[in-house]
Design a binder for this molecule. Structure first.
Ligand SMILES: CC(C)(COP(=O)(O)OP(=O)(O)OC[C@H]1O[C@@H](n2cnc3c(N)ncnc32)[C@H](O)[C@@H]1OP(=O)(O)O)[C@@H](O)C(=O)NCCC(=O)NCCS
Length: 352
């Protein structure tokens, strides 16, 4: 460790007055895709969230926060950052220790901590946290000038695959609340039975669904159907009156598909780029493609004129090549290739 030691760092609750300094230490992180500048003030008002700054000689040098989810039994760590000139000196370790100490002392109901990281988290994290699931990340740039044309290209690329299932439908939140008590099964679509909504790993309990309603997350659903016929080229067609049991290997039940579209927000660069996160759940490629298109088209309705989109798609690894093919020719946005959800169980549920 360097000359900088713990006593030189003071950890305090973050306040509105820290905003400018937090912006300053955040410059350039996540290749400009940082969400904190836009969310900071709303986060401060959120009773489920605690936010901290580390100060050295009175200046903000680091930020960290946690959000209580899953009805208060899980804390998700979010937003950790250390100013460029202070990195590599143990500051992240100091502020994280304070965050976790606060969590333990003030929130004894919390039984687990989750966080989401880009590919290959540092060994120090893997020593403490268990990887739960990872997803492919595909990021593309859709420029304002090309947007209309690009949507038409997408339409034409998937048009041949559209007839296989009944069209996906956007759900209102009364439908979202009942979603997994019908034919759609959580265990079929959600590995580990949790959602990852724009990097936030959460279970599908009512409290979390209410949060997503508040954030105006769009749910798009393709309902399961009895049986589909897998054609030689790998695509599927729906067959009526076919029982899955007793049929050959070319018949498979279609288990449904789900996607979440997080409302776009302008990127800190201020040049009209808007970030759109689309989380996909399920493994059916034709469905994944239609969901991407429909989520994009829905998002575009709210795009200010002249705005462009950085579209970030999160999908099972098996869909990476197919989705990359769908977006072939669209300029890539250079970011991470993978998101990894990690968990640390801090308390046995039975002991609470
Ligand atoms: C990642 C980052 C916060 C590390 O800051 P740092 O002050 O250089 O890190 P330190 O010198 O304290 O590194 C050591 C400690 O930080 C932890 N750490 C390092 N990278 C981390 C990461 N990505 N997530 C969580 N903890 C991390 C290490 O586990 C270690 O903890 P320990 O002391 O308890 O063993 C800093 O490089 C940064 O701000 N990067 C840009 C934003 C970012 O990538 N944030 C993390 C994802 S949200």
């Amino acid at each position: 460790m360097s000359a900088l030691s713990a006593p030189e760092i003071q950890i305090l609750p973050a306040t509105a007055a820290d905003y400018e300094e937090i912006l300053a230490i955040s410059e350039g992180i996540y290749t400009g895709l940082d969400y904190l500048p836009l969310r900071y003030h709303a986060w401060l008002k959120d009773p489920q969230r605690r936010m901290f700054v580390a100060k050295s000689e009175g200046k903000v040098v680091a930020f960290d926060s946690f959000l209580l989810v899953d009805g208060g039994i899980t804390a998700v760590l979010q937003g950790l950052r250390v100013g460029l000139t202070m990195r590599g000196r143990g500051v992240a370790g100091i502020i994280q220790k304070f965050t976790l100490d606060t969590l333990h002392s003030d929130h004894p109901d919390v039984i687990r901590i989750r966080l989401t990281r880009m590919k290959d988290p540092p060994p120090a994290i893997l020593d403490k946290y268990q990887p739960l699931h990872s997803k492919a990340v595909i990021a593309k740039y859709l420029s304002a000038d090309e947007l209309e044309k690009e949507l038409m290209v997408l339409e034409s690329r998937i048009s041949s695959e559209r007839q296989h299932f009944s069209p996906p439908v956007f759900l209102d939140y009364s439908e979202v609340h009942g979603l997994f008590s019908g034919p759609l099964k959580e265990e079929d679509l959600l590995p580990g039975r949790f959602l990852i909504q724009a990097w936030l790993p959460i279970i599908t309990c009512k409290a979390n669904l209410d949060l997503m309603q508040h954030w105006r997350v769009r749910w798009l659903c393709s309902y399961p159907c009895d049986a589909v016929h897998k054609k030689a080229d790998g695509s599927m067609s729906k067959e009526d009156n076919i029982s899955v049991s007793g049929t050959g290997p070319s018949f498979v039940a279609f288990k449904g598909f789900l996607s979440l579209g997080t409302p776009m927000f302008p990127m800190p660069s201020g040049d009209g780029k808007h970030r759109l996160d689309i989380d996909l759940f399920g493994t059916d490629l034709p469905c994944a493609k239609i969901h991407v298109l429909l989520q994009l088209k829905e998002a575009v309705k709210a795009l200010p004129s002249g705005g462009s989109i950085i579209c970030i798609i999160y999908a099972e690894e098996s869909l990476r090549d197919g989705l990359t093919g769908l977006l072939d020719g669209f300029p890539p946005f250079l970011w991470c290739r993978e998101q990894v959800v990690l968990e640390l169980v801090i308390k046995d549920r039975t002991s609470t």
